[in-house]
Design a protein around this ligand. Structure first.
Ligand code: GLC
Length: 712
């Protein structure tokens, strides 16, 4: 019998149930928690004491020495001596804050996402974090939803590749052979489809769409051996996910083969009462546990009633054993049995190389949306800077900002004054025509630092209107009135719309909420030290009335789906366009690129070859034809020409960010495999249909070099 099974065989039922409970840590309650640990009544602590940890500043940072004291109660003084596992939302940084995940998606650089995840995990380990509730794998196509910033955008392929990279980074192997920390894929499943972009709403997702879109990133994470998954608050078509044996036990655990454990989201087990799915805690425990939830976050339904349910035979003790085993195996993999304590190494916090890595990723995340040739700016250009983000620090960290040192965060103004020799500072108010006319009249260029406060995105931070704040549009309008060149730098969480702002500016640099060093990234791009190469991971609409608007709708009989790509013969809306402000995958550069000679290595491939794992490659030449070194993101889209079910007008299936020096030319290769062509058909399962496919290689979803291939 192996060690874990040996331990379980020695445990009482109460001790087993204890492992299934995660309680919030608070130093004010440390004595109560120590008692629970000593009595074997808890298996984990979440290092947060509010469900809104993402938007709660100045949270208590439990230091390792205090957590070691708590750990000792479990690891040395409890009867089983099973250590606690400490979990925390280290979403994009613990102390060194990296760009928000949506910005990381814009980089189209999975390697950098993996690097950031590895670094934040190593830093969080100094604060006894053994398990982080990341990556968020929710595909989201409604920017009104506040949590869009925590994911990687509207596309299943991009989200899958970035999510898998984050899992690799978090769950990297340490020198001692143990896994650095457990990752947690969340929120299983379909949370991104909340109706109206309203928090916690249900999502009306068919099985077809669930499988072909929302589930894909979780499939990818399970293939990366993710160790935990968090169930979502939301419901799909009337089925509360946390109460769905179909989705949790059968789909996630059996069909996808997920071997880790499922934790419920904060309070959501007991919320089954408010959902009127359960009458009392016992109902909640029975429903959630039998559906496949292994550990309960914060509420105590399992702790209070699972024992009775086992004694009454409603829950098999063997099922409890299985849940305990899943949890103990994770504790074992992260090395808690060998060493449950943390000896913090200050040299691993706020590391210079981590800050440099954060700056690099922030730079790669920058998206140049417009440039009438005025960027980059000259070092001695007379620049008037103004706007609400000139002196902003906190919002640069975004939601889930961890314990970022806001005070030491350089502001946009500081970085501008370090970089340019003639920076004139206007007041932050919104009427520069009244307050600072002389400054603006005396300058060559006005640079507006605009954006969105961190409190306007993240959990329970949804908006009904994604247009950029009207006062900021007015500021741009005022600036334009002086007849100067106007640049807008946008520090935003979600992809807000610039439809009203765009006419007043000559250039737009989208800088996201870029983390500890984000202002520097934006300023380095304005100066030309960095050539922006990021691409939009989500569509920018022209109006909130267009939502949901995304690049890969299914074809429809009147080709209205093409209305994303061109104003159709008859408009799907009588009163407005259906084209985006800026499309998925779009982003400019200071240089120009030529993509040519895109050819598939073979014009056809058999279904059998694809089933056997053979890939179909596309090669192409890409040349930097401009005046700056720069990056381009090659995007390979697939279109099924004839299929049994309605398929998207195109779908991203492979991408590659390529760096090219001025004048340089490279030949690159992108690979497609079976999953690039197959799709899930309800009642038939994952299906690869023979027939013709159109491939499109471009630098956004809007177009590119087309190739025809056939699966025989
Ligand atoms: C929150 C969030 C979830 C987070 C958890 C713990 O409600 O939905 O993403 O991991 O609670 O903070």
């Amino acid at each position: 019998m192996d060690k874990i099974k040996e331990i379980i065989s020695q445990m009482t039922l109460e001790e087993k149930i204890g492992q299934l409970w995660q309680v919030p840590f608070s130093s004010a309650k440390i004595e109560d928690i120590k008692k629970l640990a000593r009595e074997g009544k808890i298996g984990s602590c979440i290092l947060a004491c509010t469900p809104l940890a993402g938007n709660t500043d100045n949270q208590e940072l439990p230091f390792a020495d205090m957590l070691n004291i708590l750990q000792k109660e479990a690891a040395e003084h409890s009867r089983t001596k099973i250590p606690l596992i400490f979990g925390r939302d280290v979403i994009h940084g613990q102390r060194t804050i990296f760009p928000i995940p949506l910005a990381q998606g814009a980089s189209f650089c999975p390697d950098l996402v993996e690097d950031a995840a590895r670094r934040m995990t190593d830093e969080a380990a100094q604060d006894s974090v053994h398990w982080t509730f990341a990556p968020m794998l929710d595909v989201a196509r409604d920017q009104r939803w506040g949590r869009v910033i925590e994911g990687y955008g509207e596309d299943a392929c991009l989200t899958s590749q970035m999510g898998a990279a984050a899992v690799r980074g978090i769950q990297h192997k340490k020198k001692d052979g143990h896994i650095a920390a457990a990752a947690c894929g969340k929120h299983y499943v379909g949370y991104g489809a909340v109706e109206g972009g309203r928090e916690y709403e249900k999502g009306e997702i068919t099985d077809y769409t669930l499988r072909n879109v929302y589930l894909r990133p979780f499939e990818a994470a399970v293939k990366e051996n993710i160790m935990t998954v968090m169930s979502t608050f939301s419901a799909i078509g009337g089925e509360a996910v946390i109460a769905s044996e179909r989705l949790l036990k059968n789909l996630l655990k059996k069909e996808l083969g997920f071997k880790g454990f499922v934790i419920s989201d904060y309070d959501s087990v007991e919320q089954l009462i408010t959902r009127r799915i359960a009458e009392n805690k016992k109902d909640c425990a029975r429903t959630a546990f039998l559906s496949g939830v292994d550990m309960e976050m914060v509420t105590d339904c399992f702790s209070q009633t699972l024992g009775e349910l086992v004694k009454s035979g409603e829950v098999e003790e063997t099922a409890v054993d299985e849940a305990v085993e899943r949890i103990l195996r994770v504790k074992e993999k992260v090395g808690l049995f060998e060493n449950p304590y943390t000896t913090p190494d200050p040299k691993k916090q706020y590391r210079t190389e981590d800050l440099k890595s954060s700056l690099n990723l922030a730079e790669k995340s920058l998206v140049l949306l417009k440039n009438n040739g005025i960027l980059p700016l000259k070092k001695d250009e007379k620049i008037a800077i103004c706007g609400p983000f000139v002196n902003e620090k906190r919002a640069l960290h975004g939601s889930w900002a961890g314990y970022g040192d806001i005070g030491s965060t350089p502001t946009f103004k500081e970085e501008m004054e370090k970089t340019f020799t003639n920076v004139l500072y206007c007041s932050e108010d919104f009427n520069i025509r009244m307050r600072d006319p002389a400054i603006v009249r005396g300058c060559d260029t006005v640079v507006l630092a605009l954006g969105e406060s961190n409190v306007y995105s993240g959990e329970r931070a949804c908006v009904s209107d994604v247009m950029l704040d009207k006062t900021q549009v007015e500021l741009a309008h005022n600036a334009r009135a002086f007849g100067k060149k106007v640049v807008a730098v946008i520090f935003c969480g979600r992809v807000r719309s610039l439809f009203e702002l765009e006419p007043y500016v000559d250039a737009v640099l989208w800088a996201w909420q870029p983390g500890s060093t984000g202002a520097a990234a934006a300023v380095r791009a304005l100066s030309g030290a960095v050539n922006p190469g990021g691409k939009l991971p989500a569509t920018m609409v022209k109006s909130s009335g267009q939502i949901p608007l995304y690049y890969c709708p299914d074809n429809n009989p009147c080709c209205i789906s093409d209305a994303y790509y061109e104003e159709p013969e008859f408009a799907p809306y009588l009163d407005f366009s259906t084209m985006p402000m800026y499309p998925f995958g779009y982003g400019l550069s200071y240089t120009s690129f030529k993509i040519s000679n895109a050819v598939p290595r073979q014009k056809s491939i058999t279904a059998k070859e694809l089933e056997e794992g053979k890939t179909l490659s596309v090669t192409a030449d890409i040349e930097n034809t401009g005046e700056y070194d720069g990056d381009e993101v090659l995007q390979l889209y697939v279109k099924d020409m004839v299929s049994s079910m309605c398929r998207p007008v195109r779908e991203l299936k492979a991408f590659l960010r390529v760096g090219l020096k001025k004048g340089e030319k490279k030949t690159v290769e992108l690979k497609l495999d079976k999953s690039s062509f197959s799709y899930f058909i309800p009642g038939k399962g994952e299906t690869l249909e023979k027939g013709k496919f159109e491939l499109m290689l471009g630098n956004s979803c809007m177009g590119g070099l087309k190739m025809n291939i056939e699966i025989k």
